[in-house]
Write a protein of this length. Structure first.
Lengths: 205, 140
C-alpha cells in the first residue's frame, strides 16, 4: 500500500523547526518594537516644543510693575520676572496660544516639564496682580525627566533664584534616560530702557 | 485520490511567507534606523541653538571656546570682521550717544562632533562695548 501524507516524526521535526523559528523571530521583533517605542516616546515633538518655547522666551518683555506701597522710586518699580529653581514665570510678546502679550510659565510637574500660558489684558483680569492670572493653555515640553534645575544668568553671574529683574540667559538642566541634557535660552529683552525712563519721569515729577 | 499538499507546495508557500517576513523586517529596521538618525539630528539642532543662545550672552573676548554639551563636543571659533564707533539708541543720554559705543561684527563658526558625525554652522553676531564713560547728568 502506498504511504499517504507525512509520518509522525516528519511532522514533529517540522513543528519543532517552525516553533524555533517563530520564537526567535518573535523575540527579535519584541526587542525591535521596544526600541521603536523608546525612540517614539521622546522625540517627534521634541524639536517643535523646543522651537516654540525658544520663541516665547527669547521675546520676554521688560514689563514694568509697581508695588502698592510706594517706598522710594527705585524700590517701587521693577521688571516682572519670577525665576525659581523649579519654576519660571515671565511676560512674552511672542506667545504660543495668544495673539498679543501674555504671561508664560515653565514648571516641573511629576517628571514632566510643562509650559502654560495666560492672557494678561482681559475685561475680567486685574492685571495689577500678575500672580493671580489663570494659565489655562499649555503643553508638555519634555517628559520622563529627573533632576531638573532651572538656572539664571545675569551679566555672566549664575543665580538659582531671580526676582524683579530679567536675566540674559535661562538654562534648564535635566536628566533623560540617565543622560544629562541642557537647554539654553537667550532673552533679548525688548524695551530694556523702560524702567529707567519711568523712574526718571517719577523723579522729575 | 491524492489528499493534502505535496512537499513542493508547502515549500513554495513557506518561501513566500519567509520572503514577506523578510520584507517586513527590513522595512522595520529601516524605519528604526531613520528614527535613530532623526534623534541624533534633533540633538544636534537643539544643542546648536542652545550654544548660539549662550554665545550671544558672552563678551567674545576669546578666539576659541571648547566644551561638551548634550553628549556632543563643541568648538566655537570667533572671528572679528569689523569694529566701528557708532550710535546706539538709548535713553541714557539726552543729546544722543554718537560714537560712544564700539560695535563689532563677529563671524561665529560652530562645530559639533559626535562619534560618527560632524556638523558645522556659521552665523554672525554683533557685540557692543561702551568706550566713552556715561556722564551723570544729576551731578553736573
Amino acid at each position: 500500500m502506498k504511504k499517504n501524507g507525512f509520518t509522525l516524526i516528519e511532522l514533529l521535526v517540522t513543528i519543532i523547526l517552525f516553533s524555533l523559528l517563530l520564537a526567535t523571530s518573535l523575540y527579535s521583533f519584541r526587542f525591535l518594537s521596544i526600541n521603536i517605542r523608546n525612540i517614539n516616546n521622546t522625540n517627534p515633538t521634541k524639536v517643535i516644543n523646543y522651537a516654540l518655547l525658544r520663541g516665547a522666551i527669547s521675546s520676554v518683555y521688560a514689563y514694568v510693575q509697581s508695588s502698592n506701597i510706594i517706598k522710594s522710586v527705585d524700590e517701587s518699580f521693577y521688571y516682572y520676572f519670577v525665576g525659581e529653581s523649579n519654576k519660571c514665570r515671565f511676560i512674552t510678546i511672542s506667545p504660543i496660544f495668544f495673539d498679543e502679550i501674555a504671561i508664560g510659565e515653565i514648571r516641573l510637574v511629576d517628571n514632566k516639564l510643562i509650559y502654560r500660558e495666560g492672557k494678561i489684558f482681559d475685561k475680567e483680569i486685574d492685571y495689577s496682580n500678575l500672580d493671580t492670572i489663570i494659565l489655562n493653555k499649555g503643553f508638555t515640553i519634555i517628559d520622563n525627566i529627573s533632576d531638573i534645575k532651572i538656572l539664571y544668568y545675569l551679566n555672566n553671574k549664575e543665580y538659582l533664584n531671580i526676582n524683579k529683574d530679567i536675566p540674559n540667559l535661562i538654562k534648564i538642566k535635566f536628566k533623560q534616560r540617565k543622560k544629562e541634557r541642557e537647554y539654553l535660552f537667550h532673552i533679548k529683552s525688548y524695551n530694556r530702557d523702560q524702567l529707567d525712563m519711568i523712574k526718571t519721569q517719577f523723579k522729575e515729577f | 485520490m491524492k489528499k493534502g499538499f505535496t512537499v513542493i507546495e508547502i515549500l513554495i508557500s513557506m518561501m513566500i511567507l519567509f520572503i514577506a517576513i523578510g520584507f517586513v523586517n527590513i522595512s522595520i529596521k529601516a524605519f528604526n534606523n531613520y528614527q535613530r538618525k532623526s534623534t541624533v539630528y534633533q540633538n544636534f539642532y537643539i544643542t546648536a541653538l542652545s550654544l548660539k543662545d549662550w554665545i550671544s550672552t558672552e563678551k567674545l573676548d576669546k578666539k576659541v571656546y571648547t566644551g561638551k554639551m548634550n553628549g556632543l563636543l563643541y568648538k566655537i571659533k570667533v572671528k572679528k570682521i569689523i569694529s566701528k564707533n557708532n550710535y546706539r539708541y538709548s535713553f541714557d543720554t539726552v543729546g544722543g550717544n554718537d560714537g560712544d559705543f564700539l560695535i563689532t561684527l563677529n563671524q561665529i563658526n560652530l562645530q559639533l562632533k559626535d562619534k560618527n558625525r560632524e556638523k558645522s554652522y556659521t552665523f554672525f553676531l554683533t557685540t557692543q562695548k561702551r568706550v566713552v564713560p556715561l556722564i551723570d547728568l544729576e551731578s553736573i
